[in-house]
Write a protein that binds this ligand. Structure first.
Ligand code: PLP
Length: 375
């Protein structure tokens, strides 16, 4: 049994302890084989992960940011192109756009799902000053799928590529169809706290387009078509054998872990009924994988301090939307209608402890403290 202090404070450690025997064995086997970069573990993981997502191709890369960069570059996006995404996301989404030399345009979210608003996307495209954007990156924030039917219809109508940022949503689906299969290409991160986490950095690009996949494979290794001959200028972003061996073990339990997250999230939501706290919504048709369990409160900071005084750690995802962070303030393009919902979210959101190794009694403990709280 994993001790309660570890369960509440360190998901990566709890994750490792839950599969320790298998992970240790996988690492020993990998070490003894003597292949440490792009070997049989990566090859096997790529097949297994593609099968999990439901694409024909998955390509292991160095991290989730690089997965986005490689997806954009494989689509031919680069200097002075324009790419639409949200401000209410991990900064990596926007950083990846700029790393290709492209410009980001940030569009507001729908406050129910915390994902890219199709209406605002449409309005931004209609208001079109400047060249037409080449791609839209939809972020499935907190494990809730973005409105994929609406977003893919808009992208198709305008002839714009849809990219899915799946870093927080491994295994989520919309209307029964897995995220990562709706757009031209999808990017995943295996940062240790994600629903599928490595013990270090890792990422993957997933797609059904064999040509696009082949280009990502070249670009992740210097643009080599054959060894030592660069066909185009690429980068070095390879998934290593150690992380692939660990990810193969964890991928086998990912569906069950996601189901466990949903069960625990259901306990939170039932327990919050009648309290002055807004639980996360699940849009009809959405299969939410609860990367985070994010509540809203107009008194968020007081609530957070109260929980901390009771020994309950919480987190804020994210304290500032990207467009007001110092590196971006005043120089990033903002879509039609502004970013009021993104700014409101950053003031109200609070992530309660949630991962598959928590026990029912951990959720009950957090709920007990929440019931004691008075705004
Ligand atoms: C974690 C994350 C990334 C970046 O992943 P890294 O592996 O940390 O580079 C990108 N987008 C979102 C939404 C994320 O949560």
């Amino acid at each position: 049994m994993i001790p309660q202090n570890i369960r509440l404070t360190s998901q990566p450690l709890a994750d490792y302890l839950a599969s320790k025997t298998e992970i240790d064995e996988a690492i020993q086997n990998m070490l003894a084989r003597g292949r440490y970069i792009l070997g049989p573990e990566v090859e096997a993981f790529e097949k297994e992960f593609a099968a999990f997502v439901g694409t024909t191709q998955a390509i292991g890369v160095g991290n989730g940011t690089d997965a986005l960069v490689l997806a954009l570059r494989a689509l031919g996006i680069g200097r002075d192109d324009r790419v639409i995404t949200v401000s209410q996301t991990a900064v990596a989404t926007v950083a990846a756009i700029e790393l290709t030399g492209a410009q980001a345009i940030l569009v507001d979210i729908d406050p129910v799902s915390n994902t890219l608003s199709p209406e605002r996307l449409e309005a931004t495209l209609a208001s079109g000053t400047g060249p037409k954007p080449k791609a839209v990156i939809a972020v499935h924030l907190y494990g809730h799928p973005a409105d994929l039917p609406a977003l893919s219809a808009i992208c198709q109508r305008h002839g714009i590529a849809l990219i899915e940022d799946c870093a927080q949503a491994h295994g989520a689906a919309f209307e029964g169809r897995s995220i990562g299969t709706w757009g031209a290409v999808a990017a995943f991160s295996f940062y240790p706290t994600k629903n599928l986490g490595a013990i270090g950095d890792g990422g993957a690009v997933a797609t059904n387009d064999a040509e696009l996949a082949a280009r990502v494979r070249r670009l992740r290794e210097y643009g080599w078509k054959e060894r030592y001959i660069s066909d185009e200028a690429g980068l070095n972003s390879r998934l290593d054998e150690l992380q692939a061996a660990i990810l193969r073990v964890k991928c086998r339990r990912l569906a069950a872990d996601n189901a466990r997250r949903r069960t625990l999230a259901g306990l939170y939501t039932a327990g919050l009924a009648g309290l002055p706290i807004t639980p996360p919504a699940i849009r009809p048709g959405a299969t939410h994988v609860f990367h985070q369990y994010v509540i809203r409160s107009a008194h968020r900071d007081a609530l957070r301090a109260f929980l901390l005084s009771r020994g309950i750690p919480t987190a804020i995802h994210y304290p500032q939307p990207v467009h007001v962070q110092p590196a971006y303030l005043g120089r990033i393009a903002i879509g039609a209608g502004g970013l009021a919902e993104s700014e409101r979210a950053s003031r109200e959101v609070l992530s309660l402890p949630l991962h598959p190794h928590l026990l029912e009694e951990d959720i009950a403990l957090v709920l007990q403290h929440l019931k004691d709280w008075r705004p």
